[in-house]
Design a protein around this ligand. Structure first.
Ligand code: TRP
Length: 430
């Protein structure tokens, strides 16, 4: 019955390439179609500010990435697809988490440490060119994840440490303020291969070896012509092992097609023909999406409208949750000030009876545990006084009063938990 929440962010700092498509866009779109899954996918534009100080590039990348995901089949009706900077609760939560995160933990974050190590090796000040944004990056990412209480976070290996940090933040916060956050888990797709680029190294913007996802068919052909191969002549058998061309083909083809291609390698297919084959296979998958991509790129207002719709959905979760968190940490309306001080506040978060009237006109009570889960449900009473009497009996007598009250109990969720809760109430009453 309970849904599993997946969440992932895409930093808006570049143009999507085939590696992004195979490694992240395609599996995420597929995952979002599974039943019982609630997906949150967002454009991490606050994150982009850490690396990029060219406003036009951020804007352009945001549009390209959004259009790519939509063209690849992401259904904004089915998933919550939004832009991070449309959710003001995220920077607010970032601050809450900043205050429960040890500075020492952040010192150990890979991205920050890599910069420090580089500076140290160069003999300069360790923090040269390191912004506080880079240092704080894991906390912003923690807020992205915890804001929606995501269970699973699909990411690459390089991001696993950040998910572990988000778990730590969830625990530190819960420890201080009660159970508010779910501890997230990294979801690494073992079956998704990293795609090699034109030069055979991992396809990555930093190696300048990428093939843009929405290159035109002609551009695609030109880029594929640049894929590094060995010098074997037509007719000579070729190795599939270590061939970037073969690996890219495999990422798009079925196992049967891949086996047939391997056969052709063994039979000495020319590199030119193999490249022709790869071009056709990629084009078969991407060409149908290109028209939608072009349309969205030419109508950015449509993308904008979809993202704003997504933000409304995201904020329907984030706004009330943030209100609860503000309450939890003590950022509260003074008008609602309780005069009882800390002891009373602690009691508010513990086991409690709730009395209410149903539409049948009868009076009921229930007992809730500290997290608000139902422990006991009463039968209906003709008047509130009778209900109060039974509650009073349970409060004063604890678990030992249960047998005498049996006739007024409609249901019990967990007998052991109920006993424990009643005992704690009795201890408080005395
Ligand atoms: N930092 C991630 C990356 O560089 C992007 C990201 C930002 C993210 N916030 C996130 C990923 C939250 C998963 C969950 O790839």
């Amino acid at each position: 019955m309970s849904t599993v929440r997946f969440l992932t962010g895409i930093t808006t700092s570049g143009t999507p390439h085939l590696g992004n498509y195979v490694g992240s866009i395609r599996p995420a779109v597929q995952a979002s179609l599974r039943p019982g899954v609630e997906s949150y996918y967002f454009l991490a534009d606050y994150h982009a500010l850490i690396k990029i100080d060219e406003p036009a590039r951020i804007q352009r990348s945001t549009l390209e990435i959004a259009a790519s995901w939509l063209a690849a089949g992401l259904d904004p009706e089915r998933v919550v697809f939004y832009r991070q900077s449309d959710i003001p609760e995220i920077p607010e939560l970032t601050w809450f988490l900043t205050c429960v995160t040890g500075k020492g933990i952040l010192n150990r974050a890979h991205a920050y440490k890599a910069s420090v190590d580089k500076n140290t090796a160069a003999g300069t000040d360790p923090d040269t060119d390191v912004s506080a944004g880079l240092f704080m990056y894991p906390v912003l990412m923690g807020a992205d994840i915890l804001m929606f209480n995501a269970h699973h976070v699909p990411v690459g290996r390089d991001q696993v440490q950040h998910i572990e940090m988000a778990r730590d933040m969830a625990h530190s916060f819960n420890h201080r303020y009660g159970e508010h956050f779910v501890a997230p888990q990294a979801a690494i797709e073992e079956s998704v291969a990293t795609l090699p680029g034109l030069d055979g190294r991992k396809m990555s913007k930093s190696y300048d070896n990428t093939i843009p996802l929405f290159a035109s068919s002609a551009q695609l052909q030109k880029l594929i012509a640049n894929i590094k191969t060995d010098s074997r002549a037509p007719g000579e058998p070729k190795d599939t092992e270590g061939s970037a061309l073969f690996q890219i083909y495999q990422a798009f083809a079925s196992p049967q097609e891949t086996a047939a291609f391997a056969q052709e390698f063994a039979q000495g297919i020319s590199w030119a023909a193999a490249k022709e084959r790869l071009h056709a296979r990629i084009d078969q998958e991407i060409a149908p999406m290109r028209a939608r991509y072009q349309h969205l790129m030419e109508h950015p207002q449509e993308v904008e409208a979809l993202l704003l719709q997504g933000a409304i959905k995201a904020r329907a979760v984030a706004t009330p949750f943030m209100a609860r968190l503000r309450q939890a940490v003590g950022l509260r309306s003074l008008a609602a000030q309780s005069t009882g001080g800390p002891a009373k506040a602690a009691k508010a978060a513990s086991v409690a009876f709730k009395q209410y009237r149903e539409s049948d006109g009868q009076f009921y009570f229930k007992l809730l545990d500290a997290k608000g889960a139902l422990l006991l449900q009463s039968t209906g009473f003709a008047n509130p006084k009778e209900a109060a009497q039974v509650m009073g009996q349970l409060k004063a007598g604890g678990a030992s009063a249960l047998p005498a009250c049996q006739a007024f109990i409609a249901s019990v969720a967990d007998a052991a938990a109920l006993d424990e809760a009643l005992e704690s109430l009795r201890a408080q009453a005395n």
